[in-house]
Write a protein that binds this ligand. Structure first.
Ligand SMILES: Cc1ncc(COP(=O)(O)O)c(C=O)c1O
Length: 421
């Protein structure tokens, strides 16, 4: 029989959760400061995953809160449909396009990463329609890829379970997967499908949710080359890597990439407000801007270019610059790699993936109860979580200390030893 008064919060349906298990072990976060968060029970936890890869400048930033307050008092937002815009969406567009890896780019604001994925895939298909090549519709993505969970993101996921149970192979037809890090296999699939049918290939520079998988040497450059060679648009999903996670503003800079589109979200505001965007190169945008009978891109969302979110993004970028956090992220990449790699020797660990960007995945053996490891970490003051393949997710805010990075590695080791005993 049901209780007549359900416990507080019982009405919330959590994301990606087996609800009975999630309800039994719910962890409610009520505050955050720097690299740590506080739970409703008063426990302080080092936030190893930076929330969901988003809290780059850390929690509890007073100056960002003040900017949000001031902007809301002035103008909470105004939409950017048709001839209307708001001033902050404009100034942030100029700032971010200047920081991005595509020369002479435009930006279309979205309210998050999945929104950005949807737009980029629509825009890629529309591009080829307007080029008079309407058969180019297939969107290629990589095995293990995660591109959010809207219609296109679900359809192109390289994690098949995110597509299960919706009745068709793919919510949106005409998508295909290529292996994670194998250029020859990618080329064979392109040949098999026929480049005349392929609109775009989408890739995360470093795969995140799929288990933290770095690109093989030369892979991304090779994928971009293949795309160019076959007249396929190349789209970099930098929702995780953008804004410093690999030590440069965008990972494209690190790998020498110049895609046709770059997707961003998360780190653009460090999570202080929901915002995403698609950076778009001239090859794609020119026809929409340059003639009296230019076509209209039939896309838009109410909160595209939300003024408060854009003001928050400015404040977040100011912090990245003022506190030299890209340099710190680059430094922390080595600190984390050095601290975490020794875990590879632990008998319960399959692999430790680190060393390309300030992020790492500790993959536990398939038979290790990953949630029990997470529980033991939580009990010792470390927040981590499981991502694909029983992998512990580590990508702390850029404000952690070297000692806190060591604490992450030590705490995971103690938790694993505890499971072994
Ligand atoms: C690479 C990548 N793309 C897209 C998304 C979707 O972003 P959002 O959850 O903001 O919709 C995510 C989210 O984790 C991501 O990691």
């Amino acid at each position: 029989m049901r209780n007549s008064t359900p416990p507080a919060g019982a009405s919330l349906w959590s994301a990606q959760a087996q609800m009975p298990a999630a309800l039994a072990k719910r962890v409610t976060i009520v505050a955050g400061q720097g690299a740590s968060v506080i739970t409703a029970d008063g426990a302080e936890l080092l936030d190893a995953p930076a929330g969901l890869w988003h809290a780059n400048v850390g929690h509890g930033r007073e100056d960002i809160a003040r900017v949000a307050y001031d902007q809301m008092r002035k103008l909470e937002t105004y939409h950017v449909f048709g001839r209307f815009v708001n001033d902050v969406a404009l100034s942030l567009a100029d700032r971010v396009t200047a920081l991005g890896p595509i020369p002479d780019a435009k930006i279309f604001w979205t309210s998050g990463g999945s929104d950005a994925v949807d737009l980029a895939c629509k825009l890629a298909r529309r591009h080829w329609q307007l080029e008079g090549r309407p058969d180019k519709r297939i969107i290629l993505s990589r095995h293990n890829a995660y591109h959010g969970l809207h219609g296109f993101g679900t359809s192109i996921a390289g994690l098949d379970y995110n597509r299960d149970g919706y009745g068709t192979d793919s919510l949106i037809p005409e998508t295909a997967r290529i292996p994670t890090n194998d250029l020859a296999a990618a080329e064979a699939i392109i040949t098999e499908l026929g480049p005349e049918h392929i609109a775009a290939v989408v890739a995360e520079p470093v795969i995140g949710t799929g288990g933290v998988i770095a690109p093989a040497t030369g892979y991304l450059e090779g994928l971009q080359r293949l795309a160019r060679q076959h007249d396929i648009l190349f789209i970099a999903d930098e929702v995780v890597t953008g804004f410093g996670r690999t030590g440069t503003m965008f990972a494209c800079e690190r790998f020498g990439l110049e895609p046709d589109m770059v997707l961003m979200a998360k780190g653009i505001t460090s999570g202080y407000a929901p915002l995403g965007g698609v950076l778009i190169g001239p090859r794609v945008w020119e026809r929409y801007f340059n003639s009296d009978d230019a076509p209209i891109l039939r896309h838009g969302i109410t909160y595209s270019g939300h003024a408060t979110a854009c003001a928050v993004a400015h404040a977040n970028l100011d912090i990245l610059e003022r506190e030299h956090l890209l340099r710190r992220s680059a430094e922390l990449e080595g600190v984390l790699h050095h601290a975490i790699q020794p875990l590879a020797d632990h008998p319960l660990v399959t692999a430790v993936r680190s060393g390309t960007g300030f992020l790492a995945g500790v993959q536990l053996n398939a038979d290790v109860p990953g949630e029990a490891v997470v529980d033991a970490c939580l009990d010792s003051g470390l927040l981590t979580r499981l991502i694909h393949n029983n992998t512990l997710h580590i990508c702390p805010p850029f404000v952690v200390t070297d000692d806190e990075v060591s604490f992450i590695a030590k705490t995971i080791r103690v938790a694993l030893d505890h499971i072994t005993d």
